[in-house]
Design a protein around this ligand. Sequence first.
Ligand SMILES: Cc1ncc(COP(=O)(O)O)c(C=O)c1O
Length: 386
Amino acid sequence: MKFSTKAVITAENPNLSGETSSDVISPIHLSSTFAKADFESTTGGHGYSRLTNPTREVIENKLAALENAKYAICYASGQAAECVTLLSFLKSGDEILCFDDIYGGTRRLLSKVFDSFDINVRYIDMTIIENVESAITSKTKAIWLESPTNPLLQICDIKAICGIAKKHNILSIVDNTFATPFLQKPLDLGASIVVHSMTKYINGHSDSIAGAVVLNDDELYERLRFVSNSTGMVLSPFDSYLNARGLKTLQIRMEKHCDNALKIAQFLESHNKIKKVIYPGLSSHPQHKLAKEQMNGLFGGVVSVYLDADDKQMEIFAKNLDIFILAESLGGVESLFGCPYYMSHGSVDESIKEQLNITKNLLRLSIGIENIDDLIEALKSALNKI
Ligand SMILES: Cc1ncc(COP(=O)(O)O)c(C=O)c1O
């Protein structure tokens, strides 16, 4: 089956026995607990919803099918998914190698929470593949990466990096939030674990906070299930339902997000109030060729842009930009924009922001699925005001 068919039909099993209603859409199972016929067995495979729940199982099975994976486990947020992943294999004294340009919240979790447990994190530029192998030490337990990164949309060679991890017998963890399984499937490229903020494109409608871990390894899966049950950060039935519903339309949404984003990147690149546009679909992007090979011929729905504007002019632009909403997050059907310096990367130290070039005139645009002419008109009009 092809991607969009799998997205729609996986885990939807209308019951034709006549014993219960034959819902075409999997219902929302709110029950926290499930009746047992005897002390030892579970009837229908579920015992208590912290461990497993039938509605959560629907989104887990759909996501696993779309990532070509054996297993997925869904959590109450992308951060919870990251946290459980880390707790499942780290021991005090271990070290993680991390792409230096990652989501600010991931950096905060690694450097300002896990540091208390004597976990050392080293940040490196993974666009240069030699940096990865030379940074590995006997203490390195995992390599953590995003591609495209948040917010600078850098691309790294997932297959090559996962190959290096395998050679050194360490885990490779890929945050696939920005690309989604429609654009790239990191497990097929050799990754040990994929993590998602489903809050973004998987759900796609900005009405649920959710996360997931996806993997193939049986032993790691058992450990993750154990840690998930022990920590309890799992996804609620209602959010599971919303994410399963959203996931069904992932392909058509992604096609539109990517198409709109490319047109907007091309428009902005030719505008005189713009200093620089970052979009993997532009031939000016340093890893354009790699992105083309790695991302199913599409380049994502996020465009980052440095305006030729001072603080005051940035404010004027923000106040005058119609349709786009100034808000955290990305990946919903509506276009949003944000300033990573103050928002997604607000918790990152000033010196690191300076080093990464996350400046006050950098905006991250999450391009929605609205009409492209309306979006370009809105940007043109706000740029003219500065
Ligand atoms: C790439 C990436 N990973 C993880 C997260 C965290 O996800 P959540 O907000 O669902 O906890 C985000 C949130 O913006 C993100 O952009």
